[in-house]
Design a binder for this molecule. Structure first.
Ligand code: NAD
Ligand code: HSO
Ligand code: ZN
Length: 434
């Protein structure tokens, strides 16, 4: 049963507990496992990858079976409907159109003082994209990761995804990969996949940046390899926070809460509402929708631990609590969300406004990326985007005249820092000393 509490109760600490669920004590032993996997793959390469694939995915692979073949991809098309292929193509177009908007562009500025300054954007050479596959198939995640990498101009994209029963990959995932033209796909998941991409093995190439969502093992592994490689964000177990007033439909709100809870037993679903009647009706609707739900057990587990309904005093109070939580997905199921709530929101991965914008529209079709920061990291992190695969170099050029104008200032700063060669490198040019 989804709990209802009032704002007077210890709401803040309860929301904090849910937000911090990927950092709590129970997660520590998972982190120990992940560290062991990372170390083993770093030292033993493919041997360790195969060992942990057997242990955690229960699939015994030979090294030559790690890479997915062209004939498997061809066969995948026979196993999916035409309607799904069409849906994937529509999603591709929408995602690409969104990600092509305002791609960061290199620029240089020449000023009157004969100084040239600028930024030069270049893509990473190799990107590794993680497509989850433990508890569901994620063809949409293939598109959400590959398309921005391609728009950024990444030359080599390596996809990893866990093998399922009989070593197979979900056909829909392979079809999505083919639709965006991915050539290198490896059947490996979890921390061992992240380790292989971070350190490289004989079979799986080392990359410069790893992107993509995943469960707690994947997310901890990404956190631990950061520095060896770049990462997008900690896009861990899904979460939704819904702010609703009396105009919201309780059946729709309940469905949206279940839509995130069904991802993972560590997923979170929170409703903040000004209307006590809506709170009760959502609680009842959730129970009803769980009857005969194909993913009932894991969804109930998520809701029991990380589900909550809070009756709040005002929409502004809800916005403040939401800012503290910094949800991956925020739904504003209120009358006039643009005026009444949005201006008060500071931290959220993706914001869905109004009664006809369920979060699922963003998961699949709208175009903005569904790979989003979780567990409070939206306080400082952003959705996956083209910029995730780009970095920029600063461009600086001074003429002799321009250098002479700033020589004194550099001299003073270098002296203050006790770094004489810095000052000298300028003085020799200005005074034309050899
Ligand atoms: N934040 C986002 O942007 C976003 C987007 C989509 C999905 N998600 C999340 O991605 C996750 C997908 O999770 P999933 O489980 O379906 O697939 P997954 O691919 O992330 O995880 C499966 C892998 O976990 C490893 N694993 C499982 N149990 C283990 C254990 N006991 N010890 C060590 N390793 C173990 C296995 O190697 C397996 O390959 C969900 O949490 C979902 O909410 C997040
Ligand atoms: N809701 C997920 C992000 O947390 C993304 C997704 C993919 N497929 C379905 N949902
Ligand atoms: Zn989803």
């Amino acid at each position: 049963m989804l709990r209802i509490i009032t704002q007077q109760a210890d709401v803040r600490s309860e929301l904090q507990r849910i937000c911090d669920r990927t950092n709590d004590e129970q997660v520590l032993h998972k982190e120990a496992t992940v560290r062991e996997v990372l170390q083993a793959v770093k030292r033993q390469g493919d041997k360790a990858v195969l060992h942990y694939t057997a242990e955690f995915d229960h699939q015994i692979l030979k090294p030559e079976e790690l890479r997915v073949t062209g004939s498997e991809i061809d066969a995948a098309y026979q196993q999916v409907s035409k309607q799904l292929v069409e849906a994937i193509r529509l999603a591709c177009r929408q995602i690409e159109a969104f990600h092509r908007q305002r791609v960061p562009k290199s620029w240089v500025h020449f000023d009157d003082d004969e100084v040239v300054l600028g930024k030069r954007y270049t893509p990473v050479d190799r990107a590794g994209i993680y497509v989850p596959g433990g508890r569901a198939a994620y063809p949409s995640t293939v598109l959400m990761n590959a398309i921005p990498a391609q728009v950024a101009g990444v030359r080599r994209i390596i996809m990893v995804t866990p093998p399922g029963a009989s070593k197979t990959i979900y056909p829909a995932v392979l079809v999505a990969a083919q639709e965006v033209g991915l050539q290198e796909i490896y059947r490996v998941g979890g921390a061992q996949a992240i380790a292989a991409l971070a350190y490289g093995t004989k079979t799986i190439p080392k990359v410069d940046v790893i992107t993509g969502p995943g469960n707690i093992y994947v997310t901890l592994a990404k956190k631990l390899v950061y520095g060896t490689v770049g990462i997008d964000s900690l896009a861990g177990p899904s979460e939704v926070l819904i702010i609703a007033d009396e105009t919201a439909n309780p059946v729709h709100v309940a469905a949206d809460m279940l839509a995130q809870a069904e991802h993972d037993p560590m997923a979170a679903a929170i409703l903040l509402t000004t209307d006590p009647a809506l709170a009760k009706n959502v609680q009842v609707a959730v129970e009803r929708q769980l009857v005969d739900h194909p993913r009932r057990t894991l969804t109930e587990k998520a809701l029991a631990h990380y589900g909550l309904i809070v009756i709040v005093e005002s929409l502004q109070a809800a916005a403040e609590l939401s800012n503290e939580f910094a949800p991956e997905h925020l739904e504003l199921e209120v009358e006039d969300p643009w005026e009444k709530v949005l201006p008060f929101i500071r931290h959220a991965g993706a914001i869905f406004l109004g009664h006809s914008t369920p979060e699922a529209v963003g998961d699949y079709i709208a175009g903005p990326n569904h790979t989003l920061p979780t567990s409070g990291t939206a306080r400082y992190a952003s959705p996956l985007g083209v910029e995730t695969f780009l970095k920029h170099s600063s461009i600086i050029q001074y003429s002799q005249t321009a250098l002479e104008k700033v020589a004194g200032a550099i001299d003073a700063l270098a002296a203050a820092e006790g770094l004489p060669s810095h000052a000298d490198s300028v003085r020799r040019r200005v005074q034309k000393e050899e």
